[in-house]
Design a protein around this ligand. Structure first.
Ligand SMILES: Cc1ncc(C[n+]2csc(CCOP(=O)(O)OP(=O)(O)O)c2C)c(N)n1
Length: 319
């Protein structure tokens, strides 16, 4: 059990890292436009949580690539989305921040900080109302927990006993602002404590993330109550491609990288050298194919500018 899980973790963390390193390269070449937020260093949280949450609904912020890959979306369609191509997972219209695949219960990719937290609570309400018991997970950064809608969401989820797991990725920064310059409470899980069960975990250890999310999922489903996890993590890259990242010292980065989740998993002794080499080669090949697919895909047609912009069903809501 441990070994097969470890193998799955390694595959998805490596896939995520190679996907993002390649996306960075293609961005520098001008093949990808708009924003690009990388999650390199945070893979244990993104992969561990997604796999542990299994078939439930997942809402994430703009740092969405690794979550989408771990949810099982083909890297080809994700890379094509970054390239703005018709074959992209959101028809090439959303780009990096708007991956979306409702058939896999993956609801983005959201660009506005914290805006998806109330959406996830709405989804949990709808699921409960319909008697569906799959659970909802919402992931966001530490910066998002300073916004008003974060507290409104905790309040309603607690008041209405909704099965939602709030997952905060505390990577210490909101763009270039360090957590202690923006938040009066820096142990983020304490912000949720008055509302629900809440804990802090090591987000660089994928087994710890997996175990905590799995237990939380069982709890929210069985009790129909919300739960909060703060995962301590770190992003190695600047906030986005347009950020120089010069607000962090070389030493700070070195310390963070010494806790690398992929290296940590390798050292667990659960993976054979053969398996690691096999996956390393496989992932390089998969990402190469994804880039070729993206390059060779057509641009969206002009008419796409007008599709999926307004909700057709909603037209009938107002008289
Ligand atoms: C409502 C809103 N305000 C500001 C921004 C600009 N912005 C984009 S990301 C970001 C920082 C958010 O940091 P955090 O929630 O910690 O997530 P992280 O990027 O660290 O993963 C800000 C201020 C935005 N997108 N939306």
């Amino acid at each position: 059990m441990e070994q097969s899980l470890a193998e799955k973790f390694y595959y998805f963390m490596k896939l995520g890292r190679v996907f993002e390193l390649r996306a960075k390269e293609e961005y520098m070449k001008g093949n990808i436009g708009g924003f690009l937020h990388l999650a390199i260093g945070e893979e244990a949280v993104h992969v561990g949580a997604t796999i542990a949450f299994d078939k439930g609904d997942i809402f994430v912020h703009y740092r969405d690539h690794v979550y989408a890959l771990a949810k099982g979306i083909d890297p080809k369609y994700l890379m094509a989305e970054l390239f703005g191509k018709k074959t992209g997972i959101s028809k090439g219209k959303g780009g990096s921040m708007h991956f979306y695949e409702p058939s896999l219960n993956f609801y983005g990719g959201n660009a506005i900080v914290g805006a998806h937290i109330p959406h996830s609570v709405g989804m949990a309400y709808a699921r409960k109302f319909k008697g569906e018991n799959t659970g909802v997970l919402v992931a966001f950064g530490d910066g998002a927990t300073n916004a008003g809608n974060f507290y409104e969401s905790l309040n309603l989820a607690s008041l209405w006993k909704l099965p939602v797991l709030f997952l905060c990725e505390n990577n210490y920064y909101a763009i270039g602002t360090r957590i202690d310059r923006a938040s009066a409470i820096t142990d983020i899980y304490l912000k949720a404590k008055p509302y629900m069960l809440s804990k802090q975990i090591d987000g660089m250890d994928i087994f710890e993330v997996y175990k905590a999310v799995k237990e939380a999922k069982e709890y929210i489903q069985e009790e129909s109550k919300p739960y909060f996890i703060e995962a301590i993590t770190y992003r190695y890259e600047p906030h986005s491609m347009s950020d120089t990242g010069n607000y962090r010292s070389v030493r700070e980065l070195e310390i963070a990288k010494s806790k690398d989740p992929i290296e940590k998993l390798k050292k667990s002794g659960l993976l054979s050298e053969n398996y690691i080499n096999y996956i390393d080669n496989l992932v390089e090949k998969e990402i190469e194919e994804a880039v070729e697919f993206a390059k060779n895909s057509p641009e969206p047609e002009e008419i796409e500018l007008y599709t999926d912009v307004f909700c057709e069903v909603c037209k009938n809501v107002l008289p």
